[in-house]
Design a binder for this molecule. Structure first.
Ligand code: SAH
Length: 433
């Protein structure tokens, strides 16, 4: 959002870029800030590109789609610079230019689409920002177009079978979300139908129709989520058709991916990011390596054949099952995967006397805990490679690492999420002797 200051009061304004002059309507105010809406644009930023679909801004699917791609890359680089200055107080760490995509759209290999009733019809789309009002959308712009197509095919089949869409206010109705994953290289497709109740009338028939209409589908899963919650997936799953996972490739290895497992949504850029991380680590054949927050094992397994041993830890059981399977599938025997919280398992490994040379960390947005950071420092590896999806927690954690003698010389942003405000980066930390 653009930020306008009026007598010191901040207003956040959708579809406004730095330097632009606009007439705006104040739509909401709080004690410290408010929101404004552009009524009339009086001048245009040279960084602006025409917005073809305003719903992509309104829904937050592509909140930067009004900004030139080169400017988006600079914007992300500056975000990291800003927090390294303001939060980490380490302005001397160089923040490199973001590595972008040649075609910065149609990249997402996964879609999570809410299903609601609009005018009596089961409709797919996306929520309006900061609300749960569904905007009907057919072209999601940043998703694999084959996934966009599949959403409509699945929607039409659900309509034909008279499936009741979920009603969030009343927690009634049946079908909550459609989740689709498509392997970037394999083109294998998984369709997950998230339902509020377990009993799925004609569920197998519906799955069969989906597979008939979409030959790439190798898996149709019912996920049951009975709770009144924003979390998309529930715990319970029933296989409706095919297998419980798809396969895809990353950096030359094959991976099994289950519905509950994390998998980077931008395969092309994830490969660049992981290759960079691996290069930074300068791995040696004698190295013992920890892959913390390992998901299905994509980082550790990429280089396991070039090091002595890899230990991986991840909290989601299904992901660890995938990781173990993936090790076997790629004929890698020098790997150990454990289910658990990274912060707990790390302490156990320390007690066991495991002494890694390199630790990779790839935590979720909330970053690392202090106790995890202390445990890694206690292990005393020569290098820590930090892959981050949140500059603010990265900066906080780098500050803590600095007090323990681990220093970064530079941070490399890689744009995994073009057209959105998400910032991904990789940093090498070295122990200063
Ligand atoms: N490295 C993997 C996954 C990164 S996403 C990949 O590149 O595919 C972060 C992962 O951390 C997710 O799989 C999530 O389930 C896991 N996670 C979240 N909190 C965790 C914790 N406290 N301990 C271990 N893993 C955790």
């Amino acid at each position: 959002m653009g930020v306008a200051h009026i007598d010191g009061f901040a207003l956040f304004v959708e579809n406004a870029l730095p330097g632009e002059e606009v007439e705006l309507l104040v739509v909401k105010t709080g004690k410290k800030f408010g929101y404004g809406k552009v009524i009339n644009r009086l001048s245009e930023s040279p960084e602006r590109v025409p917005v073809e679909n305003h719903d992509l801004l309104r829904s937050g699917i592509a909140p930067l789609s009004h900004m030139k791609y080169e400017s988006q890359l600079v914007f992300k680089q500056n975000q990291i610079k800003h927090v390294m200055d303001k939060i980490a107080h380490l302005p001397e760490v160089e923040v490199k230019e973001s590595i972008g995509m040649e075609k910065p759209y149609a990249y997402r290999n996964k879609a999570q689409i809410p299903v609601r009733n609009i005018n009596g019809e089961l409709t797919t789309g996306f929520y309006r920002k900061n609300s749960h009002e569904l905007l009907p959308i057919e072209d999601y712009f940043i998703q694999d177009p084959k996934i966009d197509e599949a959403i409509l095919v699945v929607r039409d089949i659900l309509r034909r079978f008279n499936v009741k869409p979920y009603n969030e206010e009343e927690n009634t109705g049946f079908l909550r979300h459609i989740v689709i994953r498509r392997g970037h290289y394999s083109h294998e497709m998984m369709v997950v139908l998230v339902t509020r109740k377990e009993k799925f009338f004609k569920g197998v028939e519906i799955a069969t129709e989906i597979q008939k209409a979409l030959p790439e589908v190798v898996s149709v899963v019912q996920n049951v989520n009975t709770e009144k919650t924003n979390v998309i997936l529930g715990r319970q799953e029933n296989l409706l058709l095919g297998r419980e996972y798809i396969f895809d490739n990353l950096l030359g290895k094959t991976y099994r991916i289950s519905a509950q497992s994390f998998y980077q949504v931008n395969t092309e850029q994830a490969e660049k990011l992981y290759q960079l991380a691996i290069d930074l680590a300068d791995l040696q054949p004698t190295d013992t390596v920890i892959d913390a927050y390992c998901g299905i094992g994509t980082i550790g397994l990429s280089f396991a054949d070039r090091v002595h041993h890899v230990y991986g830890v991840e909290v989601v059981k299904q992901a660890i099952n995938d990781a173990k399977f993936n090790a076997l599938k790629n004929e890698l025997e020098n790997v150990t995967f454990r289910t658990g919280k990274a912060e707990d398992i790390m302490h156990k490994w320390v007690e066991k006397g495991i002494r890694p040379d390199v630790i990779f960390v790839d935590p979720p947005r909330k970053g690392l805990t202090e106790s995890f950071i202390d445990a890694t420092a206690e292990i005393n590896p020569a290098k820590i490679v930090y892959i981050s999806c949140n500059p603010a927690t990265l900066a906080r954690d780098l500050k803590h690492y600095a007090t323990l003698g681990y220093k970064a010389s530079s941070i490399q942003p890689v744009d995994l999420f073009p057209q959105t405000n998400h910032v991904e980066s990789v940093t090498l930390l070295k122990k200063i002797k």
